[in-house]
Design a protein around this ligand. Structure first.
Ligand SMILES: Nc1nc2c(ncn2[C@@H]2O[C@H](COP(=O)(O)OP(=O)(O)O)[C@@H](O)[C@H]2O)c(=O)[nH]1
Ligand SMILES: [Mg+2]
Length: 263
């Protein structure tokens, strides 16, 4: 997994006029990177938080997060990059900024939906260019796309997840196949999902269990992921599936800013 170091991030933000920070609306708190946000503001660039995957939460929940960020003085917009909801509004917001060329960078932790958003914004006909207008020396290892007249979008490698207690920082630190202790990582994720949505695994897999290990066991058995020798369920296979299904949105939950204050 390509993750951007601090030097590259600085270089990218410096070259941008607008930074779109994509976060996951299911957990906006643990998928944002406040250190990068501070840098964006310090460098005097526009910051827009893009609350993605809002197809997975009720509209009121997405609204409540928008209000929450507004109260912090941060502009945000909720979208579903996958279902192309809210992306037109985002496009319009961007075109309103009159500067041309307008350089937009898209940053965010791995798996928040950066590539999906970029594909949606760039449409089928946009050409990819290699150098940024007005900055000939610029050599970022990032892809640049023209998405409108004088409007350019930079794709960025994922941000390094901030270290913290939450499981988001672990599942987004490496490819699922390369995660260490993938079973215990998935157990943590399952606990988190169950905390906010007791029916998540019933809805996704038809598995009616409350214990994380039992859930992994049941999923492995259901899918036929068992050891040849003794038919023991292969928990690590189920663990990887759970993490992937979480990224895809097959497993869902949400909480509101009010619940955040209470916890
Ligand atoms: N449900 C849902 N899933 C999404 C959305 N956008 C992206 N995804 C999924 O999230 C995963 C990661 O998306 P990707 O664009 O590769 O993220 P990136 O690592 O930030 O570039 C993929 O499985 C996407 O299908 C969305 O709006 N809704
Ligand atoms: Mg990507």
């Amino acid at each position: 997994m390509r993750l951007a170091g601090w030097g590259l991030i600085k270089e990218l933000i410096t070259a941008s006029d607008v930074v779109l920070e994509v976060i996951d609306v299911r957990d906006p708190i643990n998928t944002r990177n406040t250190k990068v946000e501070s840098l964006v503001l310090k460098l005097g660039k526009h910051l827009i938080l893009v609350l993605n995957k809002s197809d997975l939460v009720p509209r009121e929940v997405a609204e409540s997060w928008k209000e929450y960020f507004k109260s912090l003085g941060i502009k945000s917009i909720y979208i579903s990059a996958r279902d192309r909801l809210g992306t037109k509004v985002l496009r319009e917001e961007l075109s309103k900024l009159s500067k041309r060329p307008l350089i937009i960078s898209v940053i965010g932790l791995p798996k928040v939906g950066k590539s999906t958003l970029i594909n949606t914004l760039k449409g089928r006909h946009s050409a990819s260019t290699s150098s940024l207008p007005g900055s000939p020396g610029y050599t970022a290892k990032s892809q640049l796309y023209r998405i409108g007249k004088g409007i350019y979008l930079i794709d960025t490698p994922g941000l390094i997840p901030p270290r913290g207690g939450d499981v988001e920082s672990i599942i987004r630190s490496n490819e699922v196949d390369k995660l260490r202790n993938v079973t215990s990582v998935a157990v943590e994720l399952i606990k988190k999902i169950l905390k906010f949505n007791r029916n998540a695994f019933m809805d996704a897999y038809g598995i009616n269990e409350a214990d994380p290990y039992r859930i992994l066991e049941a999923l492995a058995n259901k899918r036929g992921w068992v050891a040849k020798k003794d038919r023991e369920p292969l928990l690590h296979e189920a663990a990887k599936a759970v993490i992937r299904d979480y990224f895809d949105g097959k497993l869902s939950y949400y909480f509101t800013p009010d619940e955040l204050m209470d916890s």
